[in-house]
Design a protein around this ligand. Structure first.
Ligand SMILES: [Zn+2]
Length: 238
């Protein structure tokens, strides 16, 4: 523990959420006032999103009707677009900042129940799963037929044509299935986390997804235990 640290017991210290004093930027000789100013800027950038309160909730944040018990957290990685470049390299590292674009990173953690988690996974991967399944059924069949005289007699391109047709059937079938599933699930689960009030507020206030959203669904990760280190991970009451 750092002796005589002016940050000890302060809100800045609690918000930094370091596992140990030796992990804190103050231990490396960074001016505590500068640290406090940076943390204050982070607090300002996340104002109104109530990210600390989310971490103490026991119920799923994605259930739209009856809220179920949480099982873990969906993590949506956001970055705050920098107005100017961070001054020093070590500041970039210590405050989760990366590259020239973001001055802060925030792993937005939303409590999630098993049902919503599974729905999130399937809504994201159903097209891939169906396409691979169709290919797995059709490809051995094609390679089994390919050497046969009959098939080659029709056309040498027929096996390739069949493979392309299988790919298209998988893709289109997967998309149709996803549409059906989403129509059913979207009444009960918030599958687009960008629409969660906290994410919505942050996205309107200078935060952007770190991994660019591809397609309809934003890119999210899942963790059973909440992240417990660094800015934006402290589950504290105001
Ligand atoms: Zn849920």
């Amino acid at each position: 523990m750092l002796e005589n640290c002016s940050l000890r017991g302060t809100k800045t210290c609690a918000m930094l959420h370091m596992p140990d004093c030796k992990d804190c930027p103050a231990a490396n000789g960074t001016d505590p006032e500068k640290i406090a100013a940076t943390v204050a800027r982070f607090e300002e950038a996340t104002a109104g999103a109530d990210i600390a309160a989310l971490l103490t909730k026991d119920e799923c944040e994605l259930c739209l009707s009856e809220k179920k018990q949480k099982e873990g957290y969906v993590i949506y990685d956001l970055g705050h677009v920098a107005e100017k470049q961070p001054e020093r390299e070590d500041w970039k590292k210590l405050f989760h900042a990366r590259g020239p674009e973001f001055d802060f990173l925030l792993p937005l953690q939303l409590p999630v129940c098993p049902t919503c988690r599974k729905r999130l996974w399937w809504s994201r991967y159903v097209v891939t799963v169906v396409t691979l399944a169709v290919l797995a059924i059709v490809l051995p069949f094609i390679s089994f037929l390919s050497p046969s005289e009959k098939l080659r007699a029709v056309s040498r391109l027929l096996p390739l044509g069949l493979a392309v047709a299988a790919l298209l059937i998988g893709l289109i079938g997967g998309k149709i299935l996803r549409k059906c599933l989403l129509r059913r699930w979207e009444k009960e689960s918030l599958l687009d986390v960008r629409k969660h009030p906290a994410a919505d507020m942050l996205l309107k206030n200078g935060w952007r997804p770190v991994i660019q959203d591809s397609g309809k669904m934003p890119s999210v990760m899942y963790t059973k235990k909440a992240l417990s280190r660094g800015l934006g991970t402290a589950p504290m009451a105001e």
